[in-house]
Write a protein that binds this ligand. Structure first.
Ligand code: SAM
Length: 312
């Protein structure tokens, strides 16, 4: 038994928001609205029938045609000619661009909105207690929506990603949000190398967000494989948590793993022999998901998460 126990089964669902809604799902598909446009994407977990008529589904501005059932594999978008390359979205004071990508998503992940809210609340509580900005590290930060929510709530943010293109998009989202002067450091680096360097330098963070993909590459071709790299990454992240740390949030889309094993990996990393006793915090795990904007809504899990939280 770990010091943290096994309190799994929490669900963090994206509530319907003005710019995003899961309109319908079923028959292996989902129909979502991103701002003024709706899209059809494959959803193997929609194990039920669609409720809305074909006429509603036919109005979609884009549909992703998967080349196979494997979400890791590609496919292509069929897009309406009127659809702009990108358009503005917003969530609680932060703005960002949506645009269809070859990876079947739209350059951000709506199901993570529960994390954005959780982090913003924890950051505000930290500031009220300690009277300073918490230092937050966002690893595999992509287009930076989580970084912007953290900065907007009053954190000093370090955002790391291997892709120059993703960092450029994160800059554009910061400008769009009117947060150009917010204290966010954008770093193009391999996440594992970066955290190892930070640990050697003796740097600390009050909160860490990490969303490692199943497979990826650092800017110098460094290979990231979740199954091989996760224990070292988690243990380095745990060593970077300050005495006043308020959270560490791990999200995993490689859904073939289970919540129990990801929970155990995080408990192991946080429960090691450390000067800073993290075991007085709590660890919860479960799924992040999207829920239909309808009566008797159906919900769809999109990723697993484990969240360490300690009240400031
Ligand atoms: C699925 S995205 C993460 C989504 C992001 N957390 C969000 O909420 O929008 C995965 C990101 O990991 C980055 N990546 C992949 N391998 C990496 C590595 N070895 N070091 C740093 N970043 C990496 C990719 O460039 C990509 O932006």
């Amino acid at each position: 038994m770990t010091a943290f126990g096994f309190s799994t089964g929490q669900i963090s669902l994206t509530e319907d928001w003005q710019d995003y809604a899961l309109l319908d799902s079923g028959d292996g598909l989902k129909l979502e609205r991103f701002g003024p446009y709706s899209f059809v994407r494959p959803e193997p977990q929609a194990l039920w029938e669609r409720r809305l008529g074909d006429d509603v589904w036919a109005k979609a501005a884009g549909r992703f045609l998967a080349s196979s059932d494997d979400p890791e594999k590609g496919g292509k978008w069929q897009l309406s000619k009127d659809l702009p390359d990108r358009w503005e979205m917003g969530f609680e004071g932060v703005k960002f661009y949506a645009s269809p990508t070859p990876f079947r998503h739209l350059a951000f992940f709506p199901e993570q909105s529960g994390h954005w809210q959780f982090c913003a609340t924890a950051i505000k509580a930290f500031r009220a207690k300690h009277g300073r900005k918490p230092r937050i590290l966002n690893l595999f930060g992509y287009t930076g929506v989580a970084s912007l929510h953290a900065a907007e709530a009053g954190a000093e943010v370090t955002h790391v990603d291997a892709s120059k293109k993703a960092i450029a998009q994160a800059f554009e989202n910061r400008e769009l949000s009117g947060l150009s002067d917010a204290p966010i450091r954008y770093i193009t680096d391999d996440c594992l190398k970066f955290v190892a360097r930070e640990a050697r330098r003796g740097n600390f963070y009050d909160g860490i967000i990490l969303d490692p993909p199943k497979y990826g590459r650092g800017p110098k071709g460094e290979v990231w494989r979740l199954e091989e790299g996760l224990p070292e990454l988690l243990s380095l992240c745990a060593s970077l948590l300050s005495d006043e740390a308020i959270f560490m949030i791990l999200t995993i889309y490689a859904i073939r793993t289970s919540t129990l094993s990801v929970h155990s990996a995080m408990a192991q990393a946080l429960g090691g022999d450390r000067a800073n006793d993290l075991t007085s915090g709590e660890l919860t795990s479960g799924e992040v998901g999207i829920v239909e904007a309808a009566d008797n809504p159906r919900a769809i899990g999109q990723a697993l998460f484990v969240r360490y939280h300690k009240a400031p």
